[in-house]
Design a protein around this ligand. Structure first.
Ligand SMILES: Cc1cc2nc3c(=O)[nH]c(=O)nc-3n(C[C@H](O)[C@H](O)[C@H](O)COP(=O)(O)OP(=O)(O)OC[C@H]3O[C@@H](n4cnc5c(N)ncnc54)[C@H](O)[C@@H]3O)c2cc1C
Length: 493
């Protein structure tokens, strides 16, 4: 009888789906196989995609409740490669460098919108939010002493190397935009490894950016170029999304997996994993599910949040579980608004609000400006997304489990009125509360990861850690990390 090799992927978010895709495609390509490979994906909820969720409204417009745009460069090449492989290239909505969505990003502070510097000239002009010209701060950074710290908060790194006002306004807002979190609680080494490495390897962030090392330039080259990647470079895209919403990406992966014979089991959680050694001395994992089944897996690819993995490993080593459960994540409320007509006075990607301002919003995205093709087909409209909560959820709204959707909608409308002067009647709204949706990589996160990975190696656990809890929160990071993990598994077969 032919031996079956079982791979179980936990989670049907973008990390789990892309891992299952790369795994199935790589296994199909293996020659001289002496066993049958079976890939199973377990997804707790009735839908796939995880935080990626798009809704098409009756008037054709798209509301994105989670991520909406991806960068094409660096690790983003892996995502474009995947999109190309899946045959979704003609659905890509690129944003070119010359588009207002690329040119204009704002910070709302002291009662007004400030355009972020978007050209070299802006470095030489005095900007209202910064006490000295940016060029002066940047030149001084070149001569700052290198720190010997293993890690520190992003705020502390930026204040030390640049200035307090760059940390308080620019970087604080940037961290809110990416992590919905307080930059005083985030690790520079894990959240912005390029900044950390620049100081360690070149002694200066500015110098490292002026003349990137060969290693850095080549780091993204392991993805072979294709028509879509070349287009993104030649046409100078700064970001992209998909016609019909980003949800089309997990949907297409799901469809491809089903066609390839992968079992994607929805509404079924992994409830526990027990590792055991076979008579032949090999470690395997018994994966139990909420439907009462147990799968003996040769390898488990965990693409569920670290907190969820902690609870399924309830019988496992407590140091390992303590390390997993020390990782935290923030709650975010997302309010989508649609108005009739093009009513925005400023065209751009949107604005972020530094935490030192009196506002209950984290930021607002001008969806209809950046991705007009995802708008109503018959008449133009304005779509905005307000992000709220993050590190400040409890302080602004109380408990995440009891907050009222109508209250969140009112806060969003009032702030939009104050910030943008919009008082028009809304034609569509949506409110979603995402619990523990974006991980907070705290200072020392790298050490926790080192401990987890060495435990896996020492105990020879057939387990890979994927997903946004570990090595990057962007969709691009999730896809690229799944791709790398699968390459490692395939090499070890
Ligand atoms: C509001 C918001 C906006 C964002 N905007 C952007 C953006 O514009 N660009 C960008 O690049 N990134 C953005 N991100 C980040 C990005 O969307 C996420 O980091 C990424 O989607 C995480 O994917 P994942 O597959 O790792 O995890 P998830 O999406 O969390 O998927 C994990 C899956 O595991 C399932 N699961 C949990 N427990 C179990 C269990 N025990 N058994 C089985 N299944 C289980 C869950 O149901 C879920 O489907 C945003 C995130 C949020 C929340």
């Amino acid at each position: 009888m032919e031996k079956v090799r079982n791979f179980v992927v936990l989670g049907g978010g973008i990390s789990g789906l892309s891992a299952a895709y790369y795994l199935q495609m790589s296994l199909n390509g293996l020659k001289h196989q002496r066993c049958l490979n079976k890939v199973t994906v377990l997804e707790n909820s009735p839908r796939i995609g995880g935080w990626i969720e798009s809704t098409q409204l009756n008037n054709g417009a798209i509301f994105e409740h989670g991520p909406r745009s991806l960068r094409p460069f660096g690790v983003g090449r892996a995502s474009l490669d995947l999109v190309n492989d899946l045959g979704l290239s003609d659905k890509v909505l690129p944003v070119l460098q010359t588009h207002p969505g690329s040119q204009n990003r704002f910070i709302y502070a002291n009662g007004q919108l400030h355009t972020l510097p978007n050209n070299l000239g802006a470095l030489f002009k005095k900007q209202p939010l910064f006490s000295q010209r940016l060029i002066t701060t940047f030149i001084k950074e070149i001569f700052k002493k290198k720190s010997l710290k293993e890690d520190e908060s992003i705020h502390s790194f930026v204040s030390r190397r640049f200035s307090n006002d760059i940390a308080d306004y620019l970087v604080d807002a940037l961290c809110i935009g990416v992590f919905a979190a307080d930059c005083r609680k985030l690790s520079v080494r894990s959240c912005f490894p390029m900044l950390f490495d620049a100081e360690q390897s070149r002694g200066s962030v500015v110098l490292a950016n002026l003349s990137p090392s060969k290693a850095k330039q080549e780091s993204s080259l392991d993805v072979q170029s294709n028509h879509l990647i070349e287009r993104s470079t030649n046409e100078r895209w700064t970001m992209w999304s998909l016609e019909g919403g980003l949800q089309k990406l997990p949907d297409k992966i799901y469809e491809t997996l089903i066609d390839a014979g992968v079992s994607v089991i929805k509404s079924t959680a992994c409830t526990s994993i027990d590792f055991k050694e076979t008579d032949a001395g090999k470690k395997v994992a018994n994966v139990s599910t909420s439907s009462g089944n147990c799968i003996e897996a040769d390898h488990v690819l965990s693409a569920i949040p670290s907190q969820a993995l902690t609870s399924v490993l309830s019988k496992h080593n407590s140091t390992f579980r303590d390390a997993l459960s020390s990782m935290d994540a923030v709650d975010v409320a997302v309010v989508n608004l649609q108005y009739n007509g093009n009513i925005l006075k400023q065209q751009g990607f949107g604005y972020l609000i530094p935490s030192n301002q009196q506002s209950k919003l984290l930021g607002v995205i001008f969806d209809s400006c950046t991705f007009p093709s995802n708008d109503s087909q018959d008449s133009p409209s304005t779509r905005l997304t307000c992000m709220m909560g993050g590190s400040w959820f409890q302080e602004h709204f109380g408990s995440v489990t009891s907050v009222d959707n109508d209250h969140l909608l009112t806060v969003a409308k009032d702030n939009i009125k104050d910030h943008l002067g919009i008082v028009d009647e809304l034609i569509n709204t949506a409110v979603k509360i995402h619990q523990k949706c974006i991980p907070t990589y705290k200072p020392g996160h790298f050490k926790v990861l080192e401990n987890l990975e060495s435990h896996i190696i020492d105990e020879r656990l057939p387990l890979s850690l994927l997903g946004s809890s570990y090595y990057g929160v962007s969709v691009n990071d999730c896809i690229n990390n799944s791709r790398n993990a699968v390459n490692q598994i395939i090499q070890s077969i």
